[in-house]
Design a binder for this molecule. Structure first.
Ligand code: GLP
Length: 252
């Protein structure tokens, strides 16, 4: 059986603190740190309910979080600046403004999506890979907006959202969810030096087990993690980890 570093956390507070400490180690250990601003570690952060205790823990030490460049993971297509459904707005308020992270590689939701995807791909060609990718997982195994059947080698691309993704994101209560999005591809995430997967809640238990120990298949996008060559850490709560063999867990 494959071995992963998996932290099981007893409550939201310890989840947030554990995720924070794994994240800080990753950022401090990133190859560029602490050189010039243009060489800051490139960090991907997820939206969703899962990371909220992590962001709260980061805000509690806002002035002491090392500088990094925030790189957007995914975004809906067709929303105007300032729309509260925008993931860029969500993260701006939740974490980027409080931490005073000014270097931001944001996707433009209102731009022509094809040109925007080209711009993002060119940016990564010029800059290189992601240093630290913090990710969540959808109930259908999506990462970012890489829905089932996304190709493991794909770079930034336009994606049609699964109906189940639209429904679960409507539950955030911010309004109707667009049908299309731009996402970094699994090919981009596969190249990251380090990945931290955050999982909370029993609704994620089955898909997490499948992703980490089931078949490696584009039907379960997160199963790419089994082929991932970078450093992978999973931080979860007891419900999300309930299907994972006990021998795999590091208790916290
Ligand atoms: C969204 C985002 C993902 C996120 C996922 C899980 O659709 N595109 O990046 O990881 O849903 O969200 P939650 O943590 O709310 O379950």
């Amino acid at each position: 059986m494959k071995k992963y570093t998996i932290y099981k956390c007893v409550d939201d507070k310890s989840f947030g603190l554990r995720a924070k400490s794994v994240f800080l180690n990753a950022v401090y250990g990133a190859r560029f740190y602490p050189e010039a601003p243009e060489d800051l570690p490139r960090v991907v952060l997820p939206t969703g309910n899962t990371p909220l205790p992590f962001y709260s823990a980061l805000r509690d030490m806002a002035d002491d979080v090392p500088r990094f460049e925030y790189c957007q993971l995914d975004e809906y297509i067709g929303l105007s600046d300032g729309d509260e459904r925008l993931f860029s707005e969500w993260l701006k308020h939740e974490v980027l403004d409080p931490l005073k992270i000014t270097n931001r590689m944001i996707f433009n939701s209102a731009a022509d999506p094809h040109s925007e995807v080209e711009r993002i791909r060119d940016w990564y060609k010029e800059k290189g890979k992601i240093d630290v990718a913090v990710l969540g997982i959808g109930e259908n195994g999506h990462v970012g907006f890489n829905e089932p059947k996304s190709q493991f080698h794909a770079r930034a691309n336009i994606t049609n959202l699964a109906q189940s993704t639209i429904s679960s994101n409507e539950a955030y209560g911010k309004g109707a969810i667009p049908k299309q999005a731009i996402t970094l591809g699994i090919g981009d995430l596969m190249c990251a030096d380090e990945t931290i997967l955050l999982v909370r809640g029993e609704k994620k238990a089955d898909i997490l087990m499948q992703a980490l120990f089931g078949a490696v298949t584009e039907d379960v996008p997160a199963s790419y993690l089994q082929d991932y060559q970078g450093r992978l850490t999973i931080v979860g709560d007891a419900s999300a980890l309930s299907k994972i063999p006990k021998s795999q867990l590091l208790h916290h």
